[in-house]
Design a protein around this ligand. Sequence first.
Ligand code: ADP
Length: 472
Amino acid sequence: MKKLSLKVKLTLLYTFFMVLLTCAALTILFSLSSREMLSSVQARLTQRVQESIENIDLRGDEIRLDSDFYSVSHDVYLAMYNEGMYFMYGRLPHGFRAQPELSDGEMRTIRDGSREWYVYDMSCRLSDDLTVYVRGVTSVTDAEESFAVTVRLALILLPLMVLATALIGYRFTRRVLLPVRRITGTVKEIRSDADLSRRVGLTDADNGKAPVHRDEFYALAETFDGMLEELEEVFRREQQFTSDASHELRTPVSVILAQCDAMLSDESLTEEQRSQLALIRRKAAGMSDMISQLLFLSRADQGRQPIHRERLDLSELTEMIIEEQQMLADGSGRGIRIESRISPGVEADADETLYIRMVSNLLSNAVRYSHDGGKVEVILEERDGEVRGRVRDYGVGIAAEDLPRVWERFYRVDSSRTETSHSGLGLSMVRWIAHAHGGDVSVTSEAGKGSEFAFYFPAREENEKNKKSCFL
Ligand code: ADP
């Protein structure tokens, strides 16, 4: 019952009650009408016998009868007997062979083989020495059989009626629950592509969907649309704020960086002053990176991040990124080696700047979270029309409970471990870039043993079958 939809549950419920009620009503009706039917058969029999007696006449020695004494009316057969049970006139039904004693004014039920009969006798005194009896006979079995036909008909019609009611009820419930289906559909669409501009749109006359009456569900859908409207506005304002704030911060940070560079070139600085200035410069450079990542993400949110895909030799480009990252790693003096297994001639339609950003981010993370003297591996290949890349390190790794959250903005597994200049925005960007190329990213990791980040996307733009929406 749990898995059934609400409309099926409702349909089953009222169909069940409908069957119950109809069965109860029919049982009462049939038991009452069967009794009623038998008593009306008896009444007809008595009446027919009485009417025939009223029309009997004695003219001299001759008994005169009404002309329809011989005819069978309302299934009642009439016969006349004298007191000695001698048959004088009339007809008896075929199959009625019993010869019960005459019994004046008594309704009797006579069983004759498999059939039952009502027999009603009535005496008529024609003269002082002549009394005759009129016997009326009618079949109970025939009356019961014609009633049984009605019952059978009702029993055939009942399931048909129930079926029709269930069908009509199902369609009705489906129609009433239409707004709920639309709300569910809208929520699913929003969840799959994070497009808050979607609406349930029951009032929208041009949306080609059936009009819906203004009931409670309609009000719910309307409230839902109102809430989406507000949410969209809040998100829009938040994105605008991030974008504006990042823009405003860019200039002062650039000024700080330029001033630091200028002051560091001053030969008269003491060692202490030089190292203090270098620290300020490092922090300002970190801030500048963070601001550019924030700008990137807010542009992506607003759908303003441009993507220019062109045919690129990714093997060559990846080798170049590795070289650059190796130089940076060497500069830190931690003795980290980057090894690569790049399939030659991997070509794809990709945005060069975004691809460099994605791979550089994964590589710089791998280097940063490796142990000193550790090794980082990069694999790139093309398989089944897809570019697949992996960046593996043997460093600190990520605990299982943190893994699903590393793609979130500003999420840092251990903020005390990472430098404050690392804001936790890098992987959000990596994921957005993979989605923007119609692909995706994944991570496997074990705390203390290292991590492997993988990305894939279709090598050709037209191969993007189920392109993921570019949201983070
Ligand atoms: P950040 O700029 O702080 O590195 P990211 O979004 O790139 O931000 O990464 C988010 C968090 O995921 C990091 O703070 C770090 O804790 C974790 N992380 C990312 N890459 C690795 C890795 N290769 N090994 C271990 N932890 C990682």
